[in-house]
Design a protein around this ligand. Structure first.
Ligand code: THG
Length: 385
């Protein structure tokens, strides 16, 4: 295909935008109405930095929705299927948000800043509108708005050494998903041990958008001795790690799926007695059993590059699932995928295929844990055909 995508002033720019352009970004995507770097022209090097060194990403497009006021906790609990009542100040939680049908509408990270102040760090859908409407219609005493907060990710096995060098040894004691408000050379931010990879690392939530370029360059310069380089949320690593991508794996307006189907059933707390949006639907879905399940795939043939579209999983002529993303994993030396299969397709099902660019490829199911190179002996995977 040979065309350009038109972008106007309707698409917002991140505080790191100029810095990423200066560092050679070669492809952007759009997320929460904002530019987000997709890659810097060398996917192999970006993957290697993430899995063996350290990478830095502009994820300012993971916008925050701030909820502040006496009813902040009550509203937060009403928004999510997860029991968040035990969350502590300084703790983050992964919180699925559903609509009234029980379908996922976002899967943010919740940050509890105080008893009466929360952020949700959102995936790609308009949550500020939803949260504001729910708050007003139900009469919660809160304010809801998008604050000046712009995350940057520092991910990879060397991320901790770099972040400790920048902020101090205390960062080594920050527990997974916990955070602290701090500053770096006078730049205000929230430092969290989190990020959309399973390589370990931190996210720096910049709270002064005028200082994005400065923060970017401080991290970049300090990271040079660790071989840092720019990157982006990495699709290959996320498929290997089985991390959900709301928008790609499910989207309520075009491809609805519920948390039980998406492997997030353990985060749905129907026993807590808490009321939340989608509760009745989720109780019914749980009782009936989910129709589909989230799974990994191994796909035969030559290395796959880029998968823009979802692809039906076929058995004979029948569609029995959907592969939402396919990638070539350099560490596994095979093509892997992620997506949903019908409940009656067993793990050892044979005769599964996918058609890619007109050619039929064989497909085998693997659990998302089985396709993670750090936890799997690759001989337990089906051979590359
Ligand atoms: N960081 C921040 N905000 C975000 C994301 C992020 N907002 C959008 C998007 N990513 C939200 N989606 C996810 C999906 C998975 C995880 C985090 C955010 C994740 N999951 C772990 C896992 O699956 O192993 C832990 C889940 C758990 O606690 O149970 O990290 O990346 N700021």
């Amino acid at each position: 295909m040979d065309f350009l995508v038109g972008i106007g002033s309707n698409i917002r720019k991140s505080p790191y935008f100029e810095a990423t352009v200066a560092d050679g970004v070669s492809c952007f995507s759009v997320y929460n109405h904002m530019y987000i770097p997709a890659h810097f022209g060398d996917p192999a090097a970006e993957y290697k930095r993430l899995t063996e060194g350290v990478a830095m990403w502009d994820v300012a497009a993971q916008r925050q929705v701030e909820i502040v006021g006496p009813d902040a906790m009550a509203l937060m609990q009403y928004l999510t299927a997860r029991d968040v009542s035990t969350t502590k100040i300084g703790q983050g939680r992964y919180v699925p948000l559903c609509d009234y049908e029980g379908n996922l509408i976002n899967d943010p990270v919740l940050l509890m800043l105080s008893d009466s102040r929360y952020w949700i760090s959102i995936a790609d859908s308009d949550m500020e509108l939803w949260v504001k409407a729910v708050a007003h219609e139900r009469g919660y005493d809160v304010e809801v708005f998008e604050p000046d907060v712009s995350p940057m990710a520092v991910q990879g096995p060397k991320a901790e050494d770099l972040v400790a060098e920048l902020f101090g040894e205390w960062v080594r004691d920050v527990k997974y998903f916990w955070f602290r408000e701090t500053e770096l050379q006078g730049i205000p931010l929230v430092l969290a041990r989190s990020g959309w990879s399973k390589q370990g690392g931190f996210e720096l939530y910049l709270t002064d958008e005028s200082r994005g370029g400065e923060l970017w360059n401080i991290v970049k310069n300090a990271g040079s001795k660790y071989g840092i380089g720019p990157g982006a949320p990495n699709d290959v690593e996320r498929v290997e790690s089985g991390l959900l991508s709301y928008g790609s794996d499910a989207r309520h307006i075009s491809f609805p799926a519920n948390p039980f189907e998406l492997g997030l059933g353990k985060l749905v707390d129907l026993e807590s007695g808490k009321d939340f949006i989608g509760r009745d639907a989720l109780a019914r879905i749980k009782a009936e059993g989910a129709r589909r399940r989230y799974t990994g795939f191994v796909i035969s043939g030559n290395p796959i590059t880029g998968s823009e579209n979802q692809h039906p999983l076929l058995r004979g002529e029948t569609e029995v699932g959907i592969i939402t993303e396919m990638v070539f994993s350099p560490r596994l030396n095979r093509n892997i995928g992620i997506g949903l299969v019908d409940g009656d397709i067993t793990a050892d099902a044979d005769g599964l295929t996918v058609v890619l660019n007109g050619a039929t490829r064989k497909v085998a199911l693997v659990s998302t844990a089985e396709q993670n190179p750090t936890t799997v002996r690759s001989k337990s995977l089906p051979a590359r055909a």
